[in-house]
Each structure stands twice: as structure tokens, then as C-alpha cells.
Write a protein that binds this ligand. Structure first.
Ligand code: ARG
Length: 477
């Protein structure tokens, strides 16, 4: 036990906002364990903004004097400068960002500083700070998704007619264009952006005024604070406002999905860059060499994106678990919301920044893509569809083409390398198939013919890919 008799005025936690109530100080370990200032100082600007809006409202409502407000504004201005210049002395003894700033304010302006916390609690204060912080993070993320999308669209447009194998089960399935493949990721990112924009609506509600949990007896005006801070509305239940962090969980869920999409793209970049596949090359600035194998060029950046998706998924689970057992209203558990949240935002922001640049650094090896297409009977479905259009039932057409593929396998060639007579012979066992086959079959058996025929909305025809890019550009504005 630490000696308590040495503290002045019988206050066992001298300097603490609650010192009068306690008879012994906390140990250094408990102090370190309970403090959040090392990480929540990131919200200092938001804390000051929120405090100033609160103080102005208190003055408007006649709860504090105009002179107190002037002192608070002057003091906060100085504190902001100190923080910007890196001169602010953060102190673990003052636990968190809120108490650190309030203590400094009081040191600078005296009693006015002590009046700031009237009608407020750290519980509604911290909930407000996080929401302000997260709103900024979401705006940054939305802008970066837009940037990523613009780069993606440029590469997709340039490759609107570049054939590559489309895969299912990682087996060559049908021809697609590289542009069409990239546009799949555009669609994913569009939904990601929608999710963040939607989440922002629920982030952008003001908890301040809820005080500790029950509201406050002062004649406060919450709407005016909401308006000053740019919130769309106030939170309508004080218990809910100080305790729930569902908005942060939503943000982490949206982030986990975005990272999942980028992780899939990363996996493809890694695969495509493997010399065994060789569809693309990535700019050197996103790769590293090996310290032992001189020939290596490793796709480190996409690998890390794939890897960092794990920590973002982990943060989502952390926050869900953090919340699930908490009775109303505020519990200190909630202090644990910040590190996963900050880490998630940092990871998403860095990943998007790096990705926008990396996309433009893709060098497409069109010959390798085309070469791979000739190895998997990629136009077999087109041959079946051709027979169906000539009146053969689909199941018979499927069987006829399967026989043709077997013949091609035996010969070691691709379907378009057969003559019409050879194709007819290959499918002779299926009644009605050979009679329906003509020289015009080669128009659909080629990769270009196959691509061009998928010309509906959402199809891979180069014209449709260009239309998709144009539509996307219009969406982006
Ligand atoms: N540092 C705290 C947090 O992050 C601030 C709120 C503290 N409230 C309290 N009643 N102890 O949640």
C-alpha cells in the first residue's frame, strides 16, 4: 500500500478530478492500465472542437458567463497551438485526452476552465469525440475509394478489349476481357463506398448533452451544439448515446468488407504475377527482392494487403465482443474501442492510398493472357450455344461439344483448330448435332466472337465494358 498520509488536504489522489472521494492512490500499474492518453490523444482536435461548441452553448444559455467563454476560447486556442507544435505535455497521471486538456485549460485560464465541464460528462464527451474523429476518417476513406476507382477505371478502359481467361474453380472457363475483370472490383468498391456513406449517417449524431447517462439539469440546447459541430441530429436517448458503439462496429464491418475485396484482388495480382501465370507485372516500387535468391521479385505489397485484412477482421470481432456483455449505460470497457478503431481506419486509409498507385503500375502481358485462353477450350460454351441457336436442345448440344472437346484433347489442339468436317465427325454420335454445324461456326469459336456476343448489360463484350466504364465515370461525377 502506498502511504496516503503524505498527500495534501487529505486528498489521496492529488490532482485527480475526483480526488476528494478517495483514501488511497492507485498503483503505477493501475494508472498505466486504466489510462488511455497514449492513444486517445489522437482525438485532441475533436475534443477541443466539442468543448468549444459546448462552452458556447453554455454561454448562450446563460449557464456560464460571456467572460468565462472568452477565457475558455483563448485557452483552447493556445492548447491547440501547443498540440500542433508538439509542445503539449501529455501526462499519464491525467488519464485521458479529456482530462489532460481540461487540466491544462484550468492552468491557463483558472476558474473558467473549471466551469467547462458544467452539464457534461466524459461519457458524452468521449462518445462525441469518437464520432467527430470517425466522421473525418470516413470522409478521407470515401475520397480515397474515389481515387482508387478512378485509377481502376483508367486501366479497365485501356483493357476493355484485352482477352483473358475467365476462371471458375481456377479452371479456364470462358473468355472475358481484363477490363471486365477489373470492373468487377469497381462494382465491389462502389458497394463499399455506399456502406461507408450509409454508416456515416449513423455516426453523425450528437451524444453531447446526455452527460453521464441520464441527461443534465441545466437548461442546455443540444440542437445548437449539433448544428455547430455539423451533426445531422442529436442522439435521442441519453443512456444509448453514452454507451453504444454500434456505429464504430458498423465502420469496422464496412472496413472488413472493403479489405476482403482488396485482399481478393491482391490474391489475383499475386497469382497473375507468378512466373507460372505471367499475366501481369507489377511496378518495382511495390515489390521487393530476396536477400538470398537473386532472381526473386516478390509482390510484397499485395501480400501485405491480404495479410492486413486479418487485423481488420480481428478489430471487428474485438468491438463486437467488447459490446456484447455490457449492461447500460457507460462502462470503462468502452475505452477499449479506440485502438481497434484507429488501427482499422489507419489500415484502410494506407491500403487505399497504396492501391490507387499500384493499379496504375500494372503492366498487362496480353500475349500470356491470350495464350492461356487457347489452353482450356474456353469457347466450348459458345459452340454449344451455336448449336442451340440452330435448334438443338441444350442438353444435346452440351453432350455434342463434350465429345468435340475430347477429340481436341486427343489431338492436342483447341476447338477453333478443327475444320468444320472434323467437328461434325467428332459429334456424330449425338443425333442432329453435325447437321446443324456450318462454316459460320468459326465466328463464335474465336475469342473475339465469344467476347463480342456477350453484349448485354453486365456482359464482357468490349463495347459493354466501355459502357460500364462510362457509367462508372458518370456515377463518380
Ligand atoms: N477515457 C474514457 C474512455 O475512453 C473516457 C470516458 C471515461 N468515463 C468514465 N466514466 N470513466 O472511454
Amino acid at each position: 500500500m502506498t502511504d496516503t498520509t503524505s498527500s495534501p488536504d487529505n486528498a489521496a489522489q492529488p490532482g485527480k478530478a475526483w480526488s476528494g472521494r478517495f483514501s488511497e492512490p492507485v498503483s503505477d500499474l493501475v494508472k498505466r492500465y486504466t489510462a488511455s492518453v497514449n492513444f486517445d490523444q489522437r482525438m485532441a482536435r475533436q475534443d477541443i472542437r466539442g468543448s468549444l461548441a459546448h462552452a458556447r452553448m453554455l454561454a448562450r444559455q446563460g449557464i456560464i458567463a460571456a467572460a468565462d467563454l472568452a477565457d475558455i476560447e483563448r485557452g483552447m486556442n493556445q492548447i491547440l497551438g501547443e498540440i500542433e507544435r508538439g509542445e503539449f505535455a501529455w501526462n499519464l497521471d491525467d488519464e485521458d485526452v479529456h482530462l489532460n486538456i481540461e487540466k491544462r485549460l484550468t492552468a491557463l485560464v483558472g476558474d473558467a476552465g473549471k466551469r467547462l465541464h458544467t452539464g457534461r460528462s466524459r461519457n458524452d464527451q468521449v462518445a462525441t469525440d469518437i464520432r467527430l474523429w470517425l466522421r473525418d476518417a470516413i470522409d478521407t476513406i470515401l475520397a480515397l475509394i474515389g481515387e482508387f476507382q478512378r485509377q481502376l477505371l483508367d486501366v479497365a478502359e485501356a483493357n476493355a478489349a484485352t482477352p483473358m481467361p475467365g476462371f471458375t474453380h481456377l479452371q479456364v472457363a470462358q473468355p472475358v476481357t481484363f477490363g471486365h475483370h477489373l470492373m468487377a472490383y469497381y462494382e465491389m468498391s462502389r458497394r463499399d463506398a455506399e456502406r461507408f456513406a450509409d454508416c456515416r449517417k449513423r455516426v453523425n449524431r450528437l451524444p453531447l448533452g446526455s452527460a453521464a447517462l441520464a441527461g443534465t439539469s441545466y437548461p442546455i440546447d443540444r440542437e445548437s451544439v449539433a448544428a455547430e459541430l455539423g451533426f445531422d441530429e442529436v442522439c435521442y436517448n441519453s443512456l444509448d448515446a453514452v454507451s453504444d458503439r454500434d456505429f464504430a462496429i458498423e465502420f469496422c464491418a464496412a472496413s472488413a468488407l472493403l479489405m476482403t475485396h482488396l485482399s481478393r484482388l491482391s490474391e489475383e495480382l499475386i497469382l497473375w504475377m507468378s512466373p507460372r501465370v505471367g499475366f501481369i507485372d507489377l511496378a518495382d516500387r511495390f515489390c521487393t527482392g530476396s536477400s538470398i535468391m537473386p532472381q526473386k521479385k516478390n509482390p510484397d505489397v499485395p501480400e501485405l494487403v491480404r495479410g492486413k485484412t486479418g487485423r481488420v477482421n480481428g478489430s471487428l470481432i474485438s468491438l463486437l465482443t467488447l459490446m456484447k456483455g455490457q449492461p447500460l449505460a457507460y462502462n470503462k470497457d468502452n475505452q477499449e474501442d479506440k485502438e481497434p478503431l484507429f488501427d482499422t481506419a489507419d489500415t484502410v486509409i494506407d491500403t487505399l492510398r497504396i492501391y490507387a498507385d499500384m493499379i496504375t503500375g500494372i503492366r498487362v502481358k496480353a500475349d500470356a493472357m491470350l495464350g492461356a485462353l487457347s489452353q482450356g477450350y474456353a469457347t466450348a460454351t459458345d459452340l454449344a450455344d451455336y448449336l442451340v441457336k440452330k435448334g438443338l436442345p441444350f442438353r444435346d448440344a452440351h453432350e455434342a461439344v463434350a465429345l468435340a472437346v475430347r477429340a481436341a484433347e486427343r489431338r492436342g489442339c483447341d476447338l477453333p483448330q478443327f475444320s468444320a468436317a472434323e467437328l461434325k465427325a467428332a459429334m456424330a454420335e449425338v443425333p442432329g448435332a453435325a447437321d446443324r454445324l456450318d462454316e459460320d461456326v468459326f465466328a463464335v469459336l474465336t475469342v473475339e466472337g465469344s467476347l463480342a456476343s456477350r453484349k448485354h448489360i453486365g456482359g464482357t463484350a468490349p463495347a459493354q465494358v466501355r459502357a460500364a466504364v462510362a457509367r462508372a465515370r458518370a456515377q463518380l461525377g
